[in-house]
Ligand binder design. Structure first.
Ligand code: ADP
Length: 398
């Protein structure tokens, strides 16, 4: 059994996985850590068996609670914590130091701490989770699985920005890419569906959720991706603007007298679907308002689809040959209406959507016409399973 931990600044998500059978035995979520009232939800397989509100002081107390629940006579699934063979941690940023998942020792922890400046919102929380797990289960190995690692195969031509080169050399400013675990997971599943080995497939994977990114995959490896140094660029997202002309940032600061924090707030939290529609950052709300004839909801939908379509087109040119285009994450898996809009024009490079097959939500299926040269797949992502798999590989049990 592998325990997968995804710790955020005020939350811990966890899953216990049986890797051999790809089964989730237990899972849960601790929210509002450090606030007056924490919320603990614990599941046995799919069933919510425990939900309680009580203060959770810090991550260390949070992990102790997770263990207690896992060991609990009624709600638990283990008798001794040694049944957990390793803990796999989602770590957002591995910088250039980590090109694959690693066993965490003091040296790795130190490098992670040094990488914090690249992901100030996420890495500190990930580190807290690692330290808490080490403290609670001192003799169980911990593995870090990075969101950025899959994209470390990008060539220089893709990851260097057209800025003075010393920005890269001195400050590490380059494209890193994110959602790597998800892109890699669906790429592996797509290769299975194509009946080819992963190192022979060319794919464009579209992770479309609250945060979105598109990745070009050549012979199983990421060669370009739409998120970059940070997570504000690429396609328009729930609340993030995606690619904009940098002159706008200058104008916001010089003409509109905004501070760096105010600019960040606008580009990160007040733009994207929310900014355009003025309604919501959630695609379901946008679709609902669009059906009622709301023009700005329609515009938000069309802009979202337009930006995704443009990235797919650009990556089709970068790749030359494509075996499949994959849709995943909340919008990619469920939003069949938006998939239909995105795929308009894909016929030009041989990808023909079947509108009937496409009317599915959350299932692993092919949605292109039988005659389509390039396949279009919907593949639900499972980042936890990917982290579990990676962890099992690192400790040598897979
Ligand atoms: P996160 O990036 O937070 O993990 P998700 O991958 O869960 O997000 O994606 C959240 C997005 O998926 C939201 O915009 C939500 O509206 C959208 N979504 C979920 N279900 C549907 C659906 N049935 N139709 C369209 N969009 C959906």
């Amino acid at each position: 059994m592998i325990l997968v931990v995804n710790s955020g600044s005020s939350s811990i998500k966890y899953q216990v996985l049986k890797i051999e059978t790809e089964q989730t035995l237990s899972s849960g979520l601790i929210e509002r850590i450090g606030l007056s009232e924490g919320i603990i939800s614990h599941y046995k397989e799919e069933e919510l068996v425990y939900k309680k509100q009580k203060p959770v002081e810090d991550h260390s107390q949070g992990i102790d609670m997770v263990l207690k629940l896992l060991l609990h006579e009624k709600y638990g699934i283990i008798k001794d914590y040694h049944e957990i063979k390793a803990v796999g941690h989602r770590v957002v940023h591995g910088g250039e130091d980590f090109t694959q998942s690693v066993l965490i020792d003091d040296k790795v922890l130190k490098v992670l701490e040094e990488t914090t400046y690249l992901a100030p919102l996420h890495n500190p929380a990930n580190i807290l989770g690692i330290k808490a797990a080490k403290q609670a289960m001192p003799d169980i190995p911990n593995v870090a699985v990075f969101d950025t690692a899959f994209h470390q195969s990008m060539p220089e031509v893709a990851y260097i920005y057209a800025l003075p080169y010393k920005f890269y050399e001195k400050h590490g400013i380059r494209k890193y890419g994110f959602h790597g675990t998800s892109h890699q997971y669906v790429a592996n599943k797509a290769a299975e569906m194509l009946g080819k080995s992963i190192d022979k497939v060319n794919l464009i994977t579209c992770h479309l959720g609250n945060g979105s990114s598109i990745t070009a995959i050549k012979n199983g490896k990421s060669i370009d991706t739409s998120l970059g140094y940070g997570t504000m660029c690429g396609v328009a997202m729930g609340t993030r603007a995606g690619d904009i002309d940098p002159a706008i940032v200058v104008s916001m600061m010089e003409e509109m007298n905004m501070s760096a924090d105010e600019v960040k707030e606008i580009l990160y939290k007040k733009s994207g679907l929310l900014g355009i529609s003025g309604i919501s950052s959630d695609m379901r709300d946008i679709e609902e308002k669009d059906e009622q004839g709301n023009a700005r909801a329609r515009l938000a939908l069309d802009i979202f689809a337009d930006r995704v379509r443009k990235y797919v087109g650009a990556y089709a040119a970068t790749l030359g040959r494509i075996d499949a285009i994959v849709f995943t994450a909340g919008i990619g898996e469920n939003g069949w209406e938006i998939r239909e809009v995105i795929c308009r024009g894909f016929e030009s490079f041989g990808a023909i959507l079947d509108p009937e097959k496409n009317k599915v939500r959350g299932k692993r299926v092919e949605v292109s016409k039988d005659t389509s040269q390039v396949k279009i797949f919907v593949i639900p992502t499972n980042e936890e399973m990917m982290i579990g798999n990676e962890t099992a590989k690192v400790i040598g049990i897979l």
